[in-house]
Design a protein around this ligand. Structure first.
Ligand code: COA
Length: 221
């Protein structure tokens, strides 16, 4: 048991030396894949990166590319986080569920206490496509960025497109494709996502569902 805690401590010190910051009581699974300019990965206190999560920061022009994760945030197994030239900020007490893909092209900010379901795609970029004769990859992309304010719940399988701001306390229903910004406390669903309610103002208030989604007392798997 003692040997296990010594080993755990040694792994923590080693990982801390490899990245920009690793806060006290944070855990990175030895099976987490950290790539690129690791010195631009910053993780606060008491956060967990589970087995097979993958984080990559650009090595070229890396002054604009960072991954910043707050305190007590859980990044699930097989989550992919890639900066692609932008900065990704994830706040405190967030939970990003397994198999989600989080990109940073035009910058992504996720506030505090956000719950992001499994297989969610957050992608703050659109390739340019106006000119028929120029390949997509050679046209100027849009890079407006995505902002997810505090205490937002993103359901399973949601896709969030470039330029969207999700207001504080909102819910994005499972399977939605969000193409536009939404006001605080909105409940939206569908493809493209449309407003189906406002939290606390009608029968679509989902407080009871939220009770079951407390941040799990997690360990690195
Ligand atoms: C968005 C959500 C919270 C709404 O819950 P609710 O307020 O109880 O909504 P209701 O079930 O009363 O449905 C209200 C209407 O919206 C529709 N609707 C609800 N969720 C929908 C969704 N995800 N996509 C499309 N339509 C949806 C319902 O069909 C219903 O339509 P109707 O009035 O025409 O019959 C819930 O449906 C949802 O998607 N939860 C996400 C679950 C999840 O992914 N969890 C991951 C945990 S990490």
């Amino acid at each position: 048991m003692k040997l296990k805690s010594v080993l755990k401590r040694a792994i923590w010190w080693y990982q801390r030396s490899k990245i920009g910051m690793l806060g006290k009581a944070s855990e990175i699974s030895p099976f987490t894949d950290l790539r690129g300019d690791k010195k631009n990965i910053f993780i606060g206190k008491g956060s967990t990166l589970c087995k097979y999560a993958s984080l990559e920061v650009d090595t070229i022009h890396s002054e604009n590319s960072k991954i910043i994760i707050g305190d007590k945030t859980l990044i699930g197994s097989f989550v992919i986080i890639r900066t692609y030239g932008g900065t990704i900020k994830i706040g405190d007490s967030c939970f990003i569920n397994s198999f989600s893909t989080v990109y940073g092209h035009g910058n992504l900010t996720i506030g505090n206490g956000c719950l992001i379901g499994p297989q969610v795609t957050i992608i703050p970029v659109n390739y340019g496509f106006k000119d028929q004769d120029v390949p997509f990859r050679l046209q100027t992309p849009t890079l407006k960025g995505i902002i997810i304010e505090d205490d937002v719940w993103i359901g399973a399988g949601v896709t969030i497109l470039d330029g969207c701001t999700i207001g504080k306390g909102s819910i994005v229903g499972a399977g939605a494709v969000l193409t536009k910004s939404i006001e605080p406390y909105s409940i939206v669903a569908g493809v493209p996502a449309k407003k189906i309610g406002t939290r606390g103002q009608d029968e679509h208030s989902s407080e009871s569902s939220l009770i079951h989604l407390n941040h799990p007392n997690h360990t690195v798997q």
